[in-house]
Design a protein. Structure first.
Length: 308
């Protein structure tokens, strides 16, 4: 990665061109909120179903702006020692033993030595607050809804002031706020206090036209008819009562898999055999396999023959 800072996009159109140039097919609404987030130095809160491309937005921003990507993957039980910092206790104990062995132990001096920054192990949040010659990093807080509410509350200081307080060292503040992207799959509600510190955008499933463009971009080797039928098939699945509708990531994976199998179009047998690429729950797979897959394919082709 180049250490030369890359200028932020100067307009919504430039933002749209930047992310589309990296292969992310976005609409103008997303480009607008991205531009404003960068311009206003405000965290971006992205909400939506799993697999619609929320995490990918942070990766694209880091790649196109030439910034470090620092990712904090959230989970139940995530705490400060994993997310922010912890002390190198073995090294601290060696320092204490050496001081005791020397026979001259000044408690104030020893405490200052033991809690010096060289013994500080920096986790993602502290790393995101560090200066960088390439510019402030992109800090991805992924799937915040999986973390506990107590950790969510801790983030308020980070998001509002780009700083954290370490009792033994004091306050660590970023010279320039990181580019913060927060994602959530909405498995639980995030508190309003955190949302107020962010710009919000709902990342929805794409319509057929945009999903077709995504497949063409991400799976350029897929035959045109196959791509069109894959997108139409997936669009119909999303209107059915499934336990988990397929996301864009699954559409891309399925188109890739069928292309690897040299398919030129959908076939009921191959669809049934490859549904595990597209659907992730056995009940959903069992519902679509066989005659239902054939019915959907027939419907897709009838609509295509009528011009949509």
């Amino acid at each position: 990665m180049s250490a030369v800072p890359v200028a932020l996009p100067a307009s919504i159109d430039a933002t749209l061109a930047m992310i589309r140039g990296a292969g992310y097919v976005a609409d103008r609404a997303l480009a607008t909120v991205l531009y404003l987030s960068l311009k206003m130095q405000r965290p971006l809160f992205l909400e939506g179903e799993a697999g619609v491309g929320k995490t990918e937005i942070a990766k694209v921003l880091a790649a196109t702006l030439g910034r470090r990507l620092i990712r904090l993957q959230c989970y139940e039980g995530l705490d400060i020692s994993t997310a922010v910092y912890e002390w190198n206790y073995p090294a601290q104990m060696v320092e204490i033993r050496m001081a005791e062995a020397s026979g001259a132990v000044d408690r104030a001096e020893l405490q200052a030595n033991v809690f010096a920054e060289r013994y500080l192990i920096k986790r993602p949040i502290l790393q995101a607050l560090e200066p960088d010659v390439a510019g402030a990093p992109v800090f991805l807080i992924d799937e915040l809804d999986r973390a506990d509410e107590a950790f969510e509350a801790f983030l308020l200081e980070v998001l509002a002031d780009a700083q954290v307080t370490i009792p033994e060292l004091g306050t660590v503040k970023a010279p320039v706020p990181p580019i913060v992207v927060i994602t959530t799959n909405r498995t639980r509600e995030i508190h309003d206090a955190l949302k107020r510190r962010c710009l919000y955008h709902w990342v929805d499933y794409p319509d057929a036209e945009r999903e077709m463009e995504i497949v063409r971009t991400r799976v350029p080797g897929a035959p045109a008819r196959l791509s069109a039928e894959v997108v139409a098939f997936v669009q119909k699945l999303r209107r059915m009562e499934l336990f988990k509708a397929p996301g864009v990531a699954e559409t891309i994976d399925w188109a890739t898999a069928l292309t690897e199998l040299d398919q030129l179009a959908l076939d009921p047998t191959i669809v049934s055999d490859t549904l595990g690429v597209l659907l992730k729950y056995q009940d959903d797979i069992a519902r679509i396999q066989g005659s239902e897959a054939r019915r959907i394919i027939d419907e897709v082709r009838q609509e295509a023959s009528r011009g949509g």
